[in-house]
Design a binder for this molecule. Structure first.
Ligand code: PLP
Length: 398
């Protein structure tokens, strides 16, 4: 009577959702202040005031039929021109409005990109640890997700493993840097090697292999690191962006796709994006938010809380004896679990009211994710609980 596959997807809760719901239940029992919920990537930094001001001004003074009306499918032309000019200024990319397709956030951006590119038998390669929804999105578009194991010493790319994962059927490699969940930022060296490898594979197989760069955390980086602008290194790059994290607007659903002129068969790729958006019933990105982001182009939110939280949690956990790479960006810490079974570790952490997500959910067992887009004082109060948790393992394992 209904699609089994859709029923499964709609009713089988993700681990993250299950943990979050457990947290809500537990908060009702012992008080919200006693539950240390590190499960969700929901920004705790409020949207900047310039966003509110722009939204209020547009709602108050603009023609409501423009603010609330349909737009053409790729988004308002003047908005795309403004965003393209800003990207050109910031990164030196040769872009104009015709290279941008406005979307309802990164989830829509990547799904439209998968749908636009996927032909029967196509494979999309991603690198662990990875955002678990990629599997759902790729499979919904008729593709197959191929996962390259994590390089856990620095969470860059294991190129030997990537090379064996790329086949005649590879349509694209999905990368996400700054990364959810590892907190790694791919270095310029990594991007150069990736570009070289893919160019060689394109030659071997005689067709383009795209990079789909999922970049919702592009502005969240620490210690002066820069995120390489991938289209400058590799022509066949499609950038998927969102304002969910950089402007703390995850509920508003606004982002874009960039298809640069250098992408193979640009006009057909861009046309396929429009077709994919159409079949996915993505009629247009929200009109009000198109206008708001255009008004705020070139502005930056104060995201310093994340750097502060990153340092606090990283130093607290490493001092307590956890092994962890120092986060370079995004807002997640990805330490090693204190036992091989990361689900068992997270279950034990729950006894200390620490809500953490097992690494296996991201294709990287033996680790756990702690989202630190939370109140700083919650991290401060959680640290003794992490110490207690660590102590129980010391008692068992010495
Ligand atoms: N891609 C990654 C890597 C993410 O972490 C997220 C959200 O957490 C998304 C995509 C989806 O973002 P959006 O809210 O813009 O759809």
């Amino acid at each position: 009577m209904v699609s089994e596959q859709m029923y499964e997807l709609g009713t089988k809760k993700s681990t993250i959702r299950t943990i979050f719901e457990y947290g809500q239940k537990r908060a009702a029992e012992i008080g919200a202040e006693n539950v240390f919920d590190f499960s969700l990537g929901n920004p705790n930094v409020p949207a900047p005031t310039f966003i509110q001001e722009a939204a209020v001004d547009i709602l108050t003074h603009s023609d409501p039929t423009e603010v609330h009306g349909y737009t053409i499918a790729p988004g308002k032309p003047q908005v795309r021109e403004i965003l393209a000019a800003d990207l050109k200024k910031r990164f030196g990319m040769e872009l104009s409005g015709k290279n941008l397709f406005l979307t309802a956030g990164a989830a829509a951006s990547v799904t439209i990109a998968f749908k636009a590119l996927a032909e029967p038998g196509d494979e999309f390669v991603t690198i662990a640890p990875f955002f678990p929804e990629y599997r759902v999105f790729v499979e919904a578009c008729g593709g197959k997700l191929v996962v390259v194991p994590a390089k856990t010493d620095d969470f860059q790319i294991d190129f030997a493993a990537l090379e064996t994962a790329i086949t005649l059927h590879t349509k694209a490699v999905i990368i996400n840097s700054p990364n959810n969940p590892s907190g790694a930022v791919y270095s310029e060296e990594t991007i150069r090697r990736l570009a070289e490898l893919l160019r060689a594979k394109e030659q071997t197989y005689g067709h383009p292999i795209f990079i789909i760069a999922d970049e919702p955390y592009r502005e969240i980086v620490y210690d002066g690191l820069t995120v390489p602008c991938i289209p400058l290194y590799y022509d066949n790059t499609i950038v998927c962006y969102s304002y969910s994290k950089s402007f703390s607007l995850p509920g508003e659903r606004i982002g874009y796709i960039v298809v640069p002129d250098t992408a193979a068969d640009f006009s057909r790729v861009y046309g396929a994006m429009a077709g994919a958006a159409r079949v996915l019933t993505h009629v247009n990105a929200p009109s009000l938010w198109q206008l708001v982001i255009a008004r705020c182009a070139g502005k930056a939110a104060d995201l310093s809380t994340y750097a502060h939280n990153a340092k606090l949690l990283y130093e607290g956990l490493t001092a307590a004896g956890f092994e962890c790479m120092c986060p370079q960006g995004a807002f997640y810490l990805f330490p090693k679990a204190l036992e091989e079974d990361d689900a068992a570790f997270c279950a034990r952490a729950r006894e200390f009211d620490l809500l953490l997500v097992p690494g296996a959910d991201f294709g990287c067992p033996g680790y756990f994710r702690a989202a630190y887009c939370v109140r700083t004082e919650m991290i401060e109060r959680a640290l003794p609980h992490f110490q207690e948790l660590r102590k129980t393992y010391k008692e068992i394992h010495g």
